[in-house]
Unconditional design. Structure first.
Length: 235
């Protein structure tokens, strides 16, 4: 086996310790040790030759130590430094810190982009109710109108409240909007009371009406009729 750049030795009794080990003067320390092991293995049956190999090995170590003490840079050290320059500079480099995982993005507040719908007011469409939405106000408000005509005069306010509730329930069933149903029901009630008050102003109190009802019942009748019409037509 050849070590370094020197040719293989011709024998164990060379003139220099490098020749005895079969290595070049610029061989590295690892190559010196490998040459010593190889020579000892090759001369396992010759104790005298092995002793010469050990002597040559010690001589090489002493020469390297002496050069270092004198401040000289040996050829082996120069060769080793050149080899280290070729290798990537890994030793001494601080290990890079592992990159931290990216923080998740902060969730945006729902109110930042949430736009509340603007309240819109639109006139309702008019369509005659069908099915339950038709017969329920007809029966309920028709019964309340009948009670208004036959009941005592003091019950008009209660009958108006019940009729307003019937209209609210029926309109909410038709369009599904409770606030709109309440608004239109109270609007119809107010308009009916205004019409009833105007009717009472047109009629002469001294004239007999021919009906067993008083002025409060006459004023409440237009409101009941408007509530019934609203429950049947407003969609």
């Amino acid at each position: 086996m050849t070590h370094g750049s020197a040719p293989p030795p011709s024998g164990a009794g060379g003139s220099s310790p490098y020749e005895r080990l079969g290595i070049a003067p610029d061989a590295s320390f690892d190559e010196v040790q490998a040459a010593r092991r190889d020579r000892l293995d090759a001369l396992s049956g010759d104790a005298q030759a092995q002793a010469q190999v050990e002597t040559a090995y010690d001589a090489v170590l002493m020469e390297r130590l002496r050069e270092r003490q004198q401040g000289k840079v040996s050829s082996a050290a120069m060769t080793a430094s050149k080899r280290e320059e070729v290798k990537p500079a890994i030793v001494g480099r601080t290990p890079s810190r592992p990159s931290l995982p990216a923080l998740p993005a902060m969730p945006q507040l729902a109110g930042a982009k949430l736009k509340l719908p603007r309240p819109s007011f639109s006139l309702p469409s008019l369509a005659l109710a069908v099915g339950r939405e038709r017969w329920f106000p007809l029966v309920a408000n028709g019964l309340l109108i009948l009670l208004l005509l036959v009941a005592p005069a003091g019950s008009a306010e209660l009958l108006l409240a019940l009729a307003t509730g019937v209209t609210v329930v029926n309109l909410q069933r038709r369009n599904g909007r409770f606030l709109a149903a309440v608004g239109w029901s109270f609007a119809l009630l107010s308009l009916g009371l205004l019409l009833g008050g105007g009717l009472m102003q047109l009629l002469d109190p001294s004239l007999p009406l021919g009906l067993p009802i008083d002025a409060e019942q006459v004023q409440s009748l237009p409101a009941l009729l408007l509530l019934l019409l609203g429950a049947l037509l407003i969609a």
